[in-house]
Design a protein around this ligand. Sequence first.
Ligand code: B12
Ligand code: SF4
Length: 495
Amino acid sequence: MACSSITIDALWTEKIIQATREVNPDAYYVWGGMHCIVAPERAMPHADAICVGEGDLAFDELLTRMKDGQDFYDVENFWFRKPDGEVVKNGFRALLTPDEMGTRPHVQYAEDGEEFIYERDKGGFIPTDRNHYLDFNGLAYHTIWTQGCPYRCTYCGNTAFLAIDKKYASIRQPSVDYIIEEVLLAKAKHPHLSTVVFDDDCMGALPIPVLKEFAEKWREKVKIPFFVAGIIPAFIQREKTEILLWAGMNRMRMGLQSGSDRMLKFFKRPNKPGVIQSATNIIGDYTDFMIPPAYDIIVDGPMEMKEDVIDSLNLVNNMPRPFTINLCSLRIIPGTVLAQQVEELKKTDPKISMDEIDTNYHDTNKTFYNALMFVSATFRIPKPIFERLHKYVIPCRDKPKPRPLLHFSCRAFFFAKRGLNDLRFMDFSVLPGRVGYWMWRLGIIAAWQKFFVKKFDPAKHSLLGKGNDLSMPQPVTYSSSVSNAAPATMKSDRA
Ligand code: B12
Ligand code: SF4
């Protein structure tokens, strides 16, 4: 049996393996995914083999050896428990090259009635249907095109990847044709898909020629809006933003994390002075053409002092509008640098206590500070009032009194506005459920997007040359598709 999970689902995986083993003690249990990469010592006791690195080619090799009846205990990227109980910890194979990524098979879809989901209320395993898809993903198709991130923020799983192989810092991706083919296959299987969500860590780091090739082919072949969920302020450039908008991007998400330089240094996030302001100003120039951009902010860190939280509040209240925020509670991912930082801090600071990532980090503390964050993300609070409110703000380390009602009301108000913005663009990538499906069936989504959503036309709307770009040097990229290709040109519909 093969399982895949991240840390937040590790406990479930352990229980599933245990329960299945009781029914079928002879089966061989292989566990892979992020949890096995960052916390292999914790995962190993529960399975017969765990995949501690990339699984693609390593799993192929393991399966082939098993099928052929060969010894497999030396397959790289795996740890194994031998029948005598000895644990074999193998080394790592080289990371996939972009060419190898491009030869991996696309997602394979089961025939109707061949795929099952467990629903306790319905008596166990039942065949999946379209409604399951709609309940999880709405009209969105989630995927990633690139892998890797040049940064090493201490709280992020990327620090654990980099400890395995420094090449995780490079952006690797299969060709433009490969990702387009993947999306077209998904759309053929689920014709209602109306938005593609790229959950990549750092898609914004792709070089301009790659983005241009992507834009031209996307417009020609896919023709539905997409959401870029992995953007880092230092990589925001006006030209890249325009290429993506022209291609069909209708939403972006960017990690800001904190308004406090001290906290950004603690998280080891490179932050040239003014880079966040420059990035939000550039994005702010294009909000007519997209659902308000979402900015991630980390809260509830016990190392934040009052000045730090005030800096974050000021950042949010002063940014160009409209925008929305994702408040994320700081949690420890095992195996990361943050885990070590927290252990160090605990030795000298009695106020440091933190949870591991076993719950969703959008479930933030119900404090006045977080409530104020939701309000200032909904509308700009006038400066004199805002500054007065600062005196009621208490950082998490000083154990502020919980304000559940206030937090709930401010959050509900914030989400109502956010939901309305999605409806303004007829976008059901974040709003799950069946309403979107019926809107799609009735042709309302297509008609709305055609007539009421303002499209970016480079000939009319380009602001290239407007100088507020403080982006940093680009990281190394390995692109199989474009490194030798001549840069494509960005054409407008009217050109
Ligand atoms: C895409 C993504 C998402 C998408 C998922 C979309 C989807 N439909 O899958 C969304 C946005 C929904 C999401 C949500 C969350 N995510 Co996320 N996400 C990612 C991201 C950017 C890429 C994951 C991915 O697809 N990688 C590509 C695949 C191919 O890699 P992979 O899954 O690791 O699999 C490889 C190996 O692990 C191995 N493998 C995997 N499974 C198996 C199984 C077997 C049998 C074998 C042999 C091998 C094997 O082989 C694969 C190929 O090499 C990662 C960051 C990253 N760089 O990985 C974060 C990441 C996985 N997410 C993370 C987190 C914390 C979350 C959330 C908890 C955030 C929250 N809201 O609170 C939620 C949890 C949702 C949930 N319960 O599943 C953390 C996980 C840390 C941890 N140790 O658990 C990561 C690492 C980011 C980080 N900050 O460090 N996420
Ligand atoms: S920029 Fe994002 S993906 Fe990269 S290391 Fe930092 S948090 Fe992780």
